[in-house]
Every structure is written in structure tokens, then in C-alpha cells.
Design a binder for this molecule. Structure first.
Ligand code: KE4
Length: 425
């Protein structure tokens, strides 16, 4: 069997950094990255013959676990009828109708191929509809690698210390205003300074890219009020939270309805799908009926749509949200007790089945709090967990995800490993 080390040596000859997405490089946890051979249920298996309980779950899509038979069968069956037509299919209507029926703020939806495409398109639509150029994002939030978003961004951009990426022009960056998460005054101040210039506020309603940060009670309703008062659109980037924290995402969970919603990850069941949707009056401004252009060769791809329908169908039938929340709380409470008994300062933020353990004293309710976390301690904890067969996200500034495939014994194994890893400093 070719080892991960050997594969990495080969990969860097033809792929930048040996990976197709930077966060996979394990750079911030000073570990050799693992090449994965296969995965099933709650487990992932590397090319070195080791298996792990997976808390990354492909960064969020796999709420039903790896290789769920319903998803796999749907994709295989769809492939037998062709992999792409570049023409509309009935199944795209079926998936669109499911999304519209589940997500409160979506009356019409456009399928794309990634979360980045969804957020880029939603912001272009907001600019096109309002005739305004500027957008507000929040420091530490990540909305994909579109130029407008790589300004004080989270996820890998934060992990690798490049929150504002080279290659983003000054012209683009000047139209991206940055506010502080959970700080409504910082948002109001930007509207006061730029009256009638701001097309939208885009926010992760539950931040998942600077670790997990939960919105303060008044934060989301406050954003709804401020955007309405100032003629700007409110965009909820629910690429992580969509279908994750409830069937209707964060907008259902917190009862705040945005003008536009972006989706990804779970919606494709692990295949490349993104989507953006909102009020019909806004979405009808998109080509071919409206002037705002957005397109995609593989948008609504039959295989990805089949996976999405199978995923949402199963979530509707099984409604696993209550049991996922119980599992997640058990893990979070267990980790809190372990850290307390070990005398280690941690703050664990958890919403439904997404969580993050910050190696810093809480509360962590802002980017400023989050970046105080001890990333060196996190790296040592990560390595010790990996050595014990637990695959955590290779960055302090990412979320961990529980799926329906994680069993009680999986959670016990994670806690047992954490007990050893917490003392390993
Ligand atoms: P993609 O283009 O990676 O499908 O989605 C971009 C995106 C948009 N919005 C939110 C809230 C997101 O979290 C993401 C992508 N998330 C990261 C992990 N936090 C993807 C992992 C990676 O970059 O490899």
C-alpha cells in the first residue's frame, strides 16, 4: 500500500501544496497530512492502514455519515442514465421544490456547484437589485474564496494567517466593509458612514469558520432591522448551518428570515452542490428573465441533484435533529468535564450538531475572543487525538460535526481519547 508520505511526495509534483484545498494540508497542526482511501459511517480510513472516528465529516456535508447507502444508490442509479445533459431535468425541479418547502426565506432557488459560487452569485444579485456596490461581511466569517470575501476572512484564510488574500484588488477590497460579529453598533456605524451605498450584509448566522461562534440573542434580529431600515438585503450564508442545525437552517432555528440564503455542503450529500435562493421578486432578477447574470455548465447536475434529493428526503423522513443535538451535547459536556478535571482552560461553543473547543477561557463570542485561543495547545491536542484514532478538524478555527452515524460508543471513544490528549502537554 502506498503510504500518505509517498503520495504526498508525488502529489506536490503536480498539485499546489499537494492538496486541492488548503485546509486539508494539516499545516497549522504541524502534522503530516493523511491521504484517505475510503470512509463509511462515522469512520474514515487513511492510505496507511489506519482508521479514525471522523469529526470533520468532509467539513459538514455528511450529516448522515460517510457512504450512506441511500445516497450512494441514488448517485449510482442516476449515473446509469447519464452524468450531465446541460439541459433542465425534472429532478432539478424536485430538489428546488424541496428546498423551497424547507427553508423559510426561499421562494425560488438557483442550483450552483459550490458554496463559493452560491455566495458570489447572491452578492452579485444583491448588488444588481439594489444598484449599490458595497457589502458588509464580518471579520472571521468565511464565505468561500470569491474576491469580495477574502477580506479578513475565516477558515483557511485565518488559519494560515492570510485573512486578506494577495490577488484581491484594492478596487474589490474597498467595496467590502468589515464589521465585528455580535456587534450591531459596528454594523450601524458602517451604514451611517456609507448611506445608500451598501447592497447587503452577508453573515454566517452561526459562525463556523473562526471556530463556532453563536449569535447573541439580539444579533440576528438586529441585522434584520438595520438592513430593512437602510434598504440593504440581508444574506444568510447557511452553507454550514443549512439543514445542519434544523430542517430550515439557522433562519428557522432563530426565527429570523433573510432576503437571500446561500446553501452548500449537506445539500449535495457530499457531491458538489451549492444553491442560493430568496424572495421570488429578487430571484426573478436573474437571467434569463432578469438582467443579473449567473450561469454554470454543471449546475443542477443529475448526480449531485440525485444525492441532494436522497439527502433531504432522508432528513425529512428521519428528522434526526433532536437526537443529533443530544449526542452533540453529550460530547460537549463530556469534553468540558475532562478539561475542567485536567485544569485546562477551554471554551466549547455548540449549536445542534456543530461545535468547537477553543483552548482559551470563555466566553468566545467574537473574532477577538477566538484568536486568543492557544493554537499551539490545539495542535498538540489534535496530534494526540489523531494518534488515538480520532480525526479532528486540523485547525482551531473550524467546526467539528456529529452525524447520525456516530454511535454512543464512538462518543465514549472520543471522550476517552480526549482524557489522554488533554493531559498530554
Ligand atoms: P465551498 O466553495 O468550499 O463549497 O463553500 C464555501 C463556504 C461558504 N460559506 C461557508 C459558511 C463555508 O463554511 C464555506 C466553506 N467551508 C470550508 C470549511 N470551513 C470549506 C473547507 C475547505 O475550504 O476546504
Amino acid at each position: 500500500m502506498t503510504t500518505s508520505k509517498e503520495l504526498f511526495a508525488r502529489a506536490i509534483q503536480s498539485i499546489p501544496g499537494g492538496v486541492n484545498s488548503p485546509v486539508r494540508a494539516f499545516k497549522s497542526v504541524n502534522s503530516d497530512l493523511l491521504f484517505i482511501r475510503k470512509a463509511s459511517g462515522s469512520r474514515i480510513y487513511d492510505c496507511d492502514g489506519a482508521g479514525y472516528i471522523d469529526l470533520v465529516m468532509s467539513w459538514g456535508p455528511l450529516i448522515l455519515g460517510h457512504a450512506h447507502p441511500v445516497i450512494v444508490n441514488a448517485v449510482c442509479k442516476a449515473a446509469e442514465s447519464g452524468t450531465s445533459f446541460g439541459a433542465p431535468t425534472e429532478k432539478e425541479i424536485e430538489l428546488a421544490e424541496m428546498i423551497c418547502s424547507m427553508v423559510p426565506g426561499i421562494e425560488k432557488v438557483r442550483l450552483v456547484n459550490s458554496g463559493t459560487e452560491a455566495t458570489m452569485s447572491a452578492v452579485r444579485l444583491a448588488r444588481g437589485v439594489t444598484g449599490r456596490d458595497k457589502i458588509i461581511k464580518f471579520e472571521g466569517c468565511y464565505h468561500g474564496h470569491g474576491d469580495s470575501f477574502l477580506v479578513k476572512a475565516g477558515s483557511g484564510a485565518l488559519t494560515f494567517g492570510e485573512p486578506t488574500s494577495p490577488g484581491v484588488t484594492k478596487g474589490t477590497a474597498q467595496d467590502t466593509l468589515v464589521a465585528a460579529y455580535n456587534d450591531l453598533q459596528s454594523v450601524q456605524a458602517l451604514f451611517d458612514r456609507h448611506p445608500d451605498e451598501i447592497a447587503c450584509v452577508i453573515v454566517e448566522p452561526v459562525a463556523g469558520n473562526m471556530g463556532v461562534i453563536v449569535p447573541d440573542d439580539g444579533f440576528l434580529p438586529g441585522l434584520r432591522r438595520i438592513t430593512e431600515d437602510n434598504g440593504a438585503l440581508l444574506v444568510f450564508d447557511e452553507v454550514i448551518s443549512g439543514f445542519r442545525i434544523s430542517p430550515g437552517g439557522a433562519q428557522e432555528y432563530y426565527s429570523v428570515t433573510p432576503d437571500l440564503t446561500t446553501l452548500g455542503k449537506i445539500i449535495g450529500g457530499g457531491l458538489p452542490v451549492g444553491a442560493y435562493g430568496g424572495k421570488a421578486s429578487i430571484m426573478d432578477c436573474l437571467a434569463p428573465d432578469g438582467p443579473v447574470y449567473q450561469a454554470g455548465t454543471l449546475s443542477g447536475n443529475p448526480l449531485a441533484v440525485a444525492a441532494g434529493i436522497a439527502m433531504l428526503d432522508t432528513l425529512k423522513k428521519e428528522n434526526p435533529y433532536a437526537s443529533l443535538e443530544i449526542k452533540s451535547q453529550k460530547l460537549a459536556d463530556g469534553l468540558r468535564n475532562i478539561a475542567r478535571n485536567a485544569g485546562v482552560d477551554v471554551c466549547i461553543n455548540a449549536v445542534a450538531s456543530m461545535m468547537c473547543m477553543f483552548f482559551t477561557k470563555g466566553p468566545v463570542r467574537s473574532y477577538e475572543n477566538a484568536v486568543k485561543a492557544d493554537t499551539g495547545r490545539f495542535a498538540r491536542y489534535h496530534k494526540k487525538m489523531l494518534d488515538q484514532g480520532i480525526y479532528c478538524a486540523p485547525s482551531q478555527f473550524e467546526a467539528s460535526f456529529i452525524s447520525t452515524a456516530h454511535s454512543g460508543s464512538d462518543l465514549d471513544a472520543i471522550l476517552s481519547a480526549a482524557r489522554k490528549a488533554m493531559n498530554y502537554f
